[in-house]
Write a protein that binds this ligand. Sequence first.
Ligand code: ADP
Ligand code: 5GP
Length: 215
Amino acid sequence: MSSERPRRGLMFVISSPSGAGKTTLCRRLIEECPGVGLSVSATTRARRPGESDGRDYHFRTREAFEEMIARRDFLEWAQVFDHYYGTPAREVEERLSAGEDVVFDVDWQGARSLKIIRPGDVASVFILPPSIPQLRARLEGRPGADARSVASRLAGAGQDILRWGEYDYAIVNDDLETAFHELKAILTTERARRARAALGGFVDTLLRDAGVQGL
Ligand code: ADP
Ligand code: 5GP
């Protein structure tokens, strides 16, 4: 199959209120779908048990993060729950240019910024919890949960959920298998849309070989 240039990667943007399960879903997507990688954000928040620097986040001090802002190292950054979070620009650009699809686990502010910066590249998904009591139970059950962080995340959930209508797709993460299948189906659909844009040269060849005149 020929196409003039490698297809540019898809920016697969995923948001949810904290605890609804987007990290779980994104990790699984990356494990099971070849050609998809995760954008590793920088953050000033403390590492949770089981998280590692460079894999889950680039854990940085406030001073180091502010220097990165000043150097314009971020594609977007935002303040969430009193901490900074930001998407490193260079690494992401290199991967997208090489044709890799990149998953972004960002809040509604990040999703909004990425859509404005790269409108043609973004497909966005909002993950909803099945209920607020279940959201609370998931936050409380997460390794390293403390009462203060659970309370602030629950208090912020409504403000996140209010933005669900800004996203291209929505999934209720009740049963994990069902939610994962839905997420994978959206990725497959969006990849087909991108393939359509990159297949022009290939289709021209097919048409020529089929004897269609005037190309
Ligand atoms: P987020 O990234 O949205 O903050 P996580 O992926 O960290 O959320 O999930 C929060 C907790 O809920 C984790 O302990 C995870 O194992 C659990 N969880 C995620 N999805 C489900 C689900 N469908 N059913 C039950 N527990 C879930
Ligand atoms: P957590 O501390 O639970 O890992 O993440 C808290 C919130 O910050 C989540 O809504 C997550 O999506 C968001 N977040 C993580 N990285 C980024 C980022 O680089 N940019 C933005 N805008 N939000 C982020």
